[in-house]
Design a protein around this ligand. Structure first.
Ligand SMILES: [Zn+2]
Length: 362
């Protein structure tokens, strides 16, 4: 014990030793508790995934290997599964999937799952990035199940944002600024961008001291949608990016982060200034080639445009024909009023906007 001052003597040694042993016991105890917490979290996650994931029956409702080939998915070859999957997907022209005025209202929620897969086929993502047919189907189905059946931020909204992203890229001709992999990631992120939304906004999470607000300091819900999306991809049977190399996969996850966090409207104005600078500079250029070169050589510019596209997609309902947008506007208002009811009943606060769900828009 040469590190102890000599004058401390035996008493000092005993004191220090006791302290040291006390800390050791406390550390072991804390470590033990942390381990238990970690195990509890893993079990909760395992239970959640069990109920969330697309079941074999649900998979067969789209990828009909039993009905068409009399075989289970595991006994099929990729080629034959891809063939029967493509047969089952809706015709993009019939549903107007390439159109900005597309409306989900006449389409069933199950048909929207198939339509989502159709968009990836149209992007040629399945063939190019070797996405197994059953993984694509399970992922898309599970994303649908990840959305809660609430008034506005439900699967229909998630699908619409994915479809608008696809349309901006293909019909809006913004694809020229992005690689095939980036376009694949952007549409996938758009589908996931509000997964597990609770129908209440970030301010409500803070006011109700929701665990989500304690976990994330800012962009509370957006960070949750992102974490949820990443959790799905951690499961190999749902990982549509499983055949990418490490660098490509990391790039996809980075794009998910930028795209999903960008849907927090609190970040919009900062983004808008940066976006305007790019637009102003591009307007001075003489040729389209010059603009493309100006954008694609700078990853930051590409990400600012992508972030702006996400906001555009998220709010695209207001660009739809009146019959569609008027219905959606009511859903947005109704969900907001429902939050007002919660503020009154759960938080015992007067909502900022004095409305309640029993009020009716004329
Ligand atoms: Zn949204």
């Amino acid at each position: 014990m040469h590190f102890l001052p000599k004058k401390q003597g035996l008493k000092g040694v005993v004191q220090t030793l006791t302290q040291f042993l006390g800390w050791s016991v406390l550390n072991t105890d804390t470590y033990d508790k942390m381990n238990k917490l970690e195990n509890r979290k893993d079990i909760a996650q395992e239970m959640l995934m069990h109920h969330l994931k697309c079941t074999p029956q649900e998979l067969q409702s789209i990828l009909k290997t039993n009905e068409k080939l009399n075989k289970n998915v595991d006994d099929c070859e990729q080629k034959e599964m891809m063939k029967i999957l493509k047969e089952e997907l809706p015709d993009p022209a019939a549903l107007e999937l390439y159109e900005f005025h597309f409306s989900d209202l006449p389409v069933s929620e199950h048909e929207l799952i198939k339509s989502g897969i159709r968009l990836f086929v149209e992007l040629n993502a399945l063939d190019k990035f070797k996405v197994p047919a059953e993984v694509m189907t399970k992922w898309m189905y599970t994303v649908r199940k990840g959305y809660r059946d609430i008034t506005y931020h439900n699967w229909r909204h998630g699908f619409n944002v994915g479809q608008t992203m696809f349309t901006l890229l293909m019909t809006g001709k913004l694809k020229k600024y992005y690689s095939d992999l980036e376009a694949f990631a952007m549409v996938a992120a758009a589908f996931c961008h509000d997964i597990d939304h609770r129908g209440t906004n970030n301010l409500y999470q803070m006011k109700s001291a929701a665990p989500l607000a304690k976990l994330h300091g800012s962009s509370i819900l957006e960070r949750h949608h992102l974490e949820f999306s990443k959790t799905l991809l951690e499961d190999e049977s749902l990982n549509i990016f499983q055949n990418l190399n490490k660098r490509q996969f990391e790039n996809v996850i980075h794009l998910f982060e930028v795209a999903i966090i960008a849907t927090d409207l609190a970040l919009y104005f900062k983004k808008r200034t940066m976006f305007q600078k790019i637009v102003d500079a591009a307007e001075q250029m003489k040729s389209e080639e010059e603009v493309i070169k100006y954008i694609i050589t700078d990853q930051t510019k590409k990400e600012i445009i992508m972030a702006m596209m996400m906001t555009g997609c998220d709010l695209s309902a207001i660009t739809k024909p009146w019959e569609v947008q008027s219905k959606v506007a009511l859903m947005v208002a109704n969900e907001f009023w429902e939050q007002g009811d919660l503020e009154r009943t759960v938080l015992q606060q007067q909502p900022i906007v004095r409305l309640q769900s029993s009020y009716v828009i004329p």
